[in-house]
Design a protein around this ligand. Structure first.
Ligand SMILES: [Zn+2]
Length: 175
């Protein structure tokens, strides 16, 4: 489905107040931080496509009006099994709600006192950046087939960038 919204600079108040929704398909090459955490040898395979969607809504009214956003995404990556060192498909799934507040300072101040994840509202909200953040957080910390054998001369942790490296500086989600 195509739509009018610019995912790199989304008018979030308009998106939520109009109860808008959108679906997108973004190739892995359009998600460079996620791509950097993947197995580079898989370049010959078809480029993975991330299917993702946003749903905006408001709750409450007047001075208590709240802006909410749901992000859903799915993407299957190729990463290297940390035990047998063979490539393996790693499916990622994201389904998360966010509440918008006035600015970053408010988000930080309120973050400890509410259950939901907070974001600063913007008329140029970078939804692609949020998508990348959430896909990185959805990556398993340990990539393993579960029932495989290590190679005879396993050199574990050689040249594969660990998913954690890409997480540096990210705020971890609440459980
Ligand atoms: Zn394995």
């Amino acid at each position: 489905m195509t739509n009018e919204w610019n995912t790199g600079a989304l008018d979030m108040p308009r998106f939520t107040e109009s109860g808008s929704a959108g679906d997108w398909q973004t190739p892995l090459s359009g998600l460079p931080r996620v791509q950097a955490a993947c197995e580079p040898d898989a370049a010959s395979a078809p480029t993975p496509i991330c299917d993702w969607s946003l749903l905006g809504q408001t709750r409450g009214n007047g001075a208590r009006l709240q802006h909410w956003l749901q992000l859903q995404a799915s993407l299957t990556l190729t990463q290297r099994c940390q035990r047998c060192l063979e490539p393996m498909a790693v499916p990622l799934a994201v389904d998360r709600w966010f509440r918008f507040v006035a600015d970053e300072a408010t988000a930080l101040a309120e973050d400890d006192t509410c259950e939901e994840d907070l974001l600063a509202i913007s008329i140029e909200f970078d939804a692609l950046n949020l998508l990348e953040d959430e896909l990185l957080l959805a990556m398993p910390l340990i990539v393993s087939h579960g029932h495989c054998q290590p190679p005879p001369s396993a050199a574990l942790g050689d040249d594969l960038p660990h998913p954690f490296a890409a997480l540096a500086g990210l705020k971890l989600p609440k459980p």
